[in-house]
Design a protein. Structure first.
Length: 314
């Protein structure tokens, strides 16, 4: 069978192959990984690491930098919150359009919000959200979402200068002692949630992907975990098989109220509902939650809520 190949070259265009029976193949799915790899190799990541004072966690073409608020002692309902549970700020760099796309979520005290925001804006970054994740925490913490596109060195400097207006540790250091063991039945938690969790700083964490692709400013946000668009679920053991849980569900509009109902039916408090981005497709909402109860019971409640969403298993 004779094939006719048509090439379309230009920004945002892809190579299409059309067969005589009208089938069309999008060759972009094959070329994008190579383009992303080339873009990633063109970035001076060592300079970015040095500017931000830490090494990145690398996933595919994304370099993610953690800015945990290890300087804070935050309590909620008698639970001292570990940084990995709800105090883990981050910034992710993804090569895109001749530079990098940057997205991040910074943990701040109330008095730090305006000074940090002013520096971020002066450095050319956008503020896409400012809100709470938790209720009743002492001291209260707030979360500033930032975004940007351009030269990675300039963006890294802007982030560093912004965070310097807070007490966020600007240099990373190894923990003084090994993290405590996860005193929970993690195998059963894995089975209930439907994905494999991982221990991080005394907290057992899950990232649950959505089944639909998510884009921001036309860029496919992959991998979804490092880019902050996977549902995050965290368990911090509190003794006797109990755990404090928090995190955020990534939802489309029609999923919001079914998930609220599922969580509240299972004794899980909904603590915030808001957006994190400005131009994402599809439009997304992020729902934060909190409970401190039997870990298996809570996992079943979370699974009931996940069943109301377009979430992947395995």
């Amino acid at each position: 069978m004779r094939k006719t190949i048509s090439a379309f070259i230009g920004a945002g265009c892809c190579l299409l192959a059309s067969t005589a029976i009208g089938q069309t193949f999008d060759w972009k799915i094959f070329s994008e990984p190579f383009i992303a790899s080339a873009r990633a190799q063109s970035v001076d990541w060592q300079k970015t690491d040095e500017t931000l004072g830490r090494k990145a966690a690398v996933s595919d073409d994304v370099h993610r930098y953690g800015f945990a608020r290890t300087d804070l002692s935050v309590t909620l309902d008698g639970v001292t919150i570990k940084p990995a549970l709800a105090l883990g700020g981050w910034v992710a760099f993804k090569p895109a359009h001749g530079g990098v796309m940057v997205m991040g979520d910074l943990v701040l005290l109330e008095t730090e919000i305006n000074p940090v925001m002013a520096k971020m804006i002066a450095g050319g970054l956008e503020i896409t959200a400012v809100h709470n994740h938790l209720l009743r925490a002492s001291p209260a913490t707030f979360y500033m979402h930032v975004a940007g596109h351009g030269d990675p060195a300039k963006i890294a400097a802007a982030i560093r200068d912004g965070l310097a207006e807070s007490r966020t540790p600007l240099t990373s250091s190894p923990p003084a002692s090994p993290p405590p063991a996860i005193d929970l039945d993690t195998a059963q938690l894995d089975q209930i949630i439907g994905v494999k969790g991982q221990a991080n700083g005394g907290v057992y964490q899950f990232g649950v992907k959505r089944t639909d692709p998510i884009k921001e400013a036309g860029v496919l946000l992959t991998p979804v975990g490092p880019m902050g668009v996977a549902t995050g679920i965290n368990f911090q053991p509190t003794g006797g098989g109990k755990a404090a849980i928090t995190g955020d569900f990534v939802l489309t509009g029609e999923e919001v109220n079914p998930v609220i109902t599922a969580l509240r039916t299972h004794g899980i408090e909904v603590t915030a509902l808001h957006s994190h981005m400005l131009d994402e497709e599809p439009r997304l909402f992020f729902m934060h939650f909190w409970a401190n109860d039997d870990a298996i019971k809570l996992a079943k409640g979370l699974r009931a809520a996940l069943d109301k969403t377009a979430s992947a298993k395995g």
